[in-house]
Design a protein around this ligand. Structure first.
Ligand SMILES: [Zn+2]
Length: 63
């Protein structure tokens, strides 16, 4: 299992997709990353399963 994985996420504001680097050594994490396209803050809720499968949910401030 890789320590870091690149995951595609979809921006809740502009619906563009961009890549985020996920640290898989942390099972659950939440942080804010600015969208690369519209530069608005996107809340990323990341869960890493024991088998290394990464799932990412995105949330916008007002969406
Ligand atoms: Zn965006």
């Amino acid at each position: 299992m890789e320590i870091e994985q690149t995951v595609m996420v979809q921006c809740p504001y502009c619906a563009e997709t961009f890549e985020v680097l996920v640290d898989c050594s942390i099972g659950h994490q939440e942080y804010i990353e600015d969208c690369e396209v519209c530069c608005r803050p996107v809340t990323l809720v990341i869960d890493v399963a024991e088998d290394g499968v990464v799932s990412v949910q995105t949330r916008g401030e007002d969406v």
